[in-house]
Design a protein around this ligand. Structure first.
Ligand SMILES: Cc1ncc(COP(=O)(O)O)c(C=O)c1O
Length: 413
């Protein structure tokens, strides 16, 4: 006799039950390209002789053209891209690096990897960067780099950020893990600063399981990253590469960190770039269906999106003006209806949801009252492309019922 018990269910008949972490299948063209590559056995990132142009090099050319950047380097993850960007910009052990307080662990992780010290910048109620805090810390911290995370696809005014950075001689690195295909004021994210870093991990906009893309217009950054990512001096296999003189400046001094993207990952990604515009339209439709379904939910607010944001939302965030105990109740009420929502206010780090208070390896930070209060009420939901309009309506109903129940539950702290 089976001993497994069915999950507890609400008796009101509302049940969602879909797996929100389910990705789109890999397109058949990409599968065919990957299989053809496997038949050749040439899976290493560079071929010594007669192997033609490696897939990552072709991907780099295609992605750089897509975003409008001069150089692109394909690497093993977005975390690797951010680490390599910091190294190429000359960040030394002990240096301060400004970064967003609302982000995911790989971002402070990249700074720690470079043995630098993260200085967090406050986050506002619409989940964007507090420009006044950025200006203050740009002036006082001594940091030479700002690693800005467009976390969950929320943009800070990028021209204003760039102006602050320029005023203080700070290089801007954009973490675009959540903004592939997205534009600010008509221009692709990742091209406003010195370096843009993208992720091609499964939950992102194109999927190779793992992978990262670094874009830049700076020839010295590009050459250093090619060398550091592990080209074994075969940089002439990069279609997009700076001149031999630029490599001559760096080839004896840059270590090899072996962080290059594999041939197989690049083969899977190349056919997916063309799908980005169509995916963007579908994600925006899901976002607007959910936003409509959340309207009139008690205590719930969605951030007001700036008209200059052309965002590609693979998730949706909202704030619940409730106490932590009530939010726990809200999450439990959703779970009773087969809907699993994430909360950035969790005390214990869980799954992909992280809070800067969880990163005990960070140096001591100035008090972060705004970020604390934003994250304490911030909820997060992945929005796979398989969500239908009916799914969105049902999610809205469940969220409404759960928020009402949570509000009535208690007035705990
Ligand atoms: C905001 C953010 N930045 C960076 C990354 C790092 O991406 P990767 O997993 O490719 O290292 C992630 C990963 O999910 C992320 O969510």
């Amino acid at each position: 006799m089976s001993t497994t018990t069915a999950p507890l269910r609400s008796t009101d008949g509302l049940w969602f039950g879909k797996d929100l972490s389910q990705s789109e299948p890999i397109p058949e063209t990409a599968i065919a390209q990957a299989v053809a590559l496997m038949r050749t056995g040439r899976l290493h990132r560079y071929g010594e002789q007669g192997s033609g142009t490696p897939e990552p090099s072709l991907l780099e050319q295609e992605y750089a053209a897509y975003v409008g950047a001069k150089y692109c380097v394909a690497v093993s993850s977005c975390g690797a891209a951010m680490f390599l960007a910091l190294k190429a910009l000359g960040v030394q052990p002990g240096d301060k690096v400004l970064t967003s307080s609302f982000t995911l662990a790989p971002v402070p992780g990249a700074i720690a990897h470079a043995a630098a010290s993260a200085v967090l910048v406050e986050t506002l109620e619409d989940y964007t960067t507090d420009l006044a805090d950025l200006e203050r810390k740009a002036a006082s911290s001594g940091a030479r780099v700002f690693l800005l995370s467009h976390m969950r696809g929320h943009f800070t005014d990028l021209r204003a950020v760039r102006a602050i950075c320029d005023r203080h001689g700070i290089a801007l690195v954009e973490d675009c893990a959540h903004t592939m295909g997205a534009r600010w004021d008509g221009q692709h994210t990742g091209t406003f600063g010195h370096v843009g870093c993208f992720s091609t991990q499964t939950y992102k906009h194109i999927n190779a399981g793992e992978g990262g893309l670094l874009v830049t217009n700076d020839e010295d950054v590009a050459a250093q990253v090619i060398l550091m990512s592990g080209c074994y001096m075969m940089y002439d296999q990069h279609l997009l590469r700076p001149s031999a003189e630029v490599f001559e400046r760096w080839r004896y001094v840059m270590p090899n960190f072996s962080m290059r993207m594999s041939n197989l990952a690049a083969a899977l990604l190349r056919p997916q770039i063309a799908l980005l515009p169509e995916r963007s339209v579908r994600w925006r439709k899901i976002y607007s269906d959910l936003a409509q379904a959340f309207a009139n939910t008690p205590h719930l607010t969605l951030p007001v999106r700036d008209a200059r944001e052309d965002f590609v939302p693979s998730s949706i965030q909202f704030s619940l003006d409730l106490s932590p105990a009530q939010i726990e109740h809200f999450l439990a009420e959703c779970a009773l209806r087969g809907l699993y929502i994430k909360w950035f206010g969790l005390r214990i780090p869980t799954a992909f949801t992280s809070h800067f208070g969880h990163w005990h390896y960070l140096p001591e930070q100035a008090p972060m009252p705004k970020s604390q209060s934003v994250l304490r009420q911030l909820l997060d939901l992945r929005t796979p492309l398989s969500l239908t309009a009916d799914d969105c309506r049902l999610i809205g109903q469940i969220v409404h019922v759960a928020a009402s129940a949570a509000a009535a539950h208690s007035v705990g702290t």
